[in-house]
Design a protein around this ligand. Structure first.
Ligand code: GLC
Length: 422
């Protein structure tokens, strides 16, 4: 199945880690797994999760202002608490039955995104550290410590319980597909079992049988459509479509103690570097338990969105730009491959250079202000092109975070990649 074109065109997605873990602001699911808090204290949050100011329309408006093409909501994290009224198994947890919120939170999210033409992504964890049938088999990776929340003791494996667990998981995923018709299913928690144990093939068939256009991330293992690097930036583009998921501070979920927010300027760098290598950025927010997105995160989404709005031709409808070595910064290329967009983070001195460009340049302008810049070529011999020099923009033409130069070429981009000439 070829990748859905909307995915590569979207460039920015918003990831939302929203769940009962926002009540006391401990790490999502992991806090009881690792013992940061007791299981009992973690579960006590269920009784205080209200979603009292949950306004998915306001979320969707914010995401649209940020310039995002899609958003991904944690419909069930590793703690097993579903955000919709799931009816597959009465031993599971969901916010409708088990919290004062008392209602399904997924439908409103899906509808609000669709009203604004944003694609719908639903996150779902294969693992469920609260389901009684989950810790019934083992697959412990080297260096990992087996946990009673996720692994049976040697000799105590229970294949029948595991089959029940898979039926429960398939039932929930089936509900998500049938009810919400997501454009993207964003899986997680796959590392605790093998592909065979997860019965990934059957799960992929179950999803794609009825909804063949659903995009799947790499945590469907060999059935994933795209690579899913997390937090660490790739230095070379992964093969095929990909998406970097990234937190705004250091946490996925709402953690008021974590003040380590990335600045708008840093987010512009992450974003331009990611799309310059052909990827999408999936930027995460962690709403408070009432459903409000913290002001520090709103500010950053709006700041990034304002930069994108000023530079949208360099973002939407583009593909990966120059490989490293041609320009000191990221770049993108128009879909017809005739306009290069060079990103400059710093104020250029004298000139911006492009090396190895075989094309003649027709025109260079500053994206946003439209100011035209002079350019000329020095050197080069035979098949080895010289250096293209673009006059440095005047201070008034520099963007606060990153200036983009639109370089119109005399044809499709043609690069020299050789070792020079003797
Ligand atoms: C990790 C974590 C999880 C988080 C996810 C986002 O897999 O387990 O808490 O939701 O990354 O990519």
């Amino acid at each position: 199945m070829p990748m859905q074109p909307w995915f590569a065109d979207a460039k920015l997605g918003i990831f939302i880690h929203y769940g009962v873990y926002a009540v006391d602001g401990w790490a999502e699911s992991w806090s009881f797994y690792t013992g940061e808090v007791t299981h009992e204290r973690y579960m006590d949050q269920l009784g205080r999760f209200t979603a009292s100011r949950y306004d998915p329309a306001a979320w969707a408006d914010l995401f649209a202002r940020a310039g995002a093409g899609y958003a991904v909501l944690t419909t069930k994290h590793h703690d097993g608490v579903a955000l919709w009224d799931t009816g597959t198994d009465h031993r599971n947890l969901d916010v409708v039955r088990d919290t004062p919120a008392g209602r399904d939170l997924v439908t409103g999210f899906v509808d609000a995104l669709r009203e604004r033409d944003l694609k719908v992504g639903l996150y779902y964890s294969h693992s469920d550290w609260n389901h009684p049938d989950y810790p019934s088999v083992r697959h412990v990776r080297p260096g990992e410590h087996p946990s009673p929340f996720s692994h049976a003791e040697p000799g105590e494996e229970d294949p029948a319980a595991w089959r029940r667990y898979l039926a429960y998981r398939d039932g929930q995923v089936g509900e998500l597909v049938d009810r919400f018709r997501p454009d993207l299913l964003w899986f997680d928690g796959e590392w605790e079992r093998t592909e065979e144990q997860w019965r990934m093939r059957e799960l992929a068939e179950l999803i794609l049988g009825g909804a063949p256009d659903t995009v799947l991330n790499a945590r469907m293992l060999s059935y994933g459509d795209y690579a899913t690097p997390e937090q660490g930036v790739p230095l070379q583009a992964p093969d095929g479509p990909w998406e970097l998921c990234l937190t705004i501070n250091d946490s996925w979920s709402y953690r008021p103690a974590d003040r380590d927010h990335k600045s708008v300027g840093q987010l512009v760098r992450y974003f331009t570097e990611t799309i310059g290598m052909g990827g999408n950025l999936l930027l995460d927010v962690g709403p408070m338990e009432d459903g409000t997105i913290p002001a520090e995160q709103v500010e950053r989404l709006e700041g990034l969105g304002a930069w994108i709005a000023r530079h949208s031709p360099a973002v939407y409808g583009t593909v990966a730009g120059l490989p490293a070595g041609h320009h000191y910064g990221p770049s993108t290329l128009s879909a017809d491959r005739r306009t290069l967009y060079l990103t400059c983070f710093d104020a250029p001195r004298e000139a911006v250079s492009v090396r190895g460009l075989r094309n003649a340049v027709r025109r260079v302008s500053v994206l946003g202000t439209g100011t035209e810049l002079g350019h000329h070529v020095t050197g080069g011999l035979d098949a080895v092109p010289g250096v293209t020099w673009i006059d440095a923009p005047a201070p008034a033409d520099l963007d606060e975070y990153a200036t983009v130069l639109a370089v119109e070429l005399d044809g499709e981009l043609d690069l020299y990649r050789g070792t020079g000439r003797d």
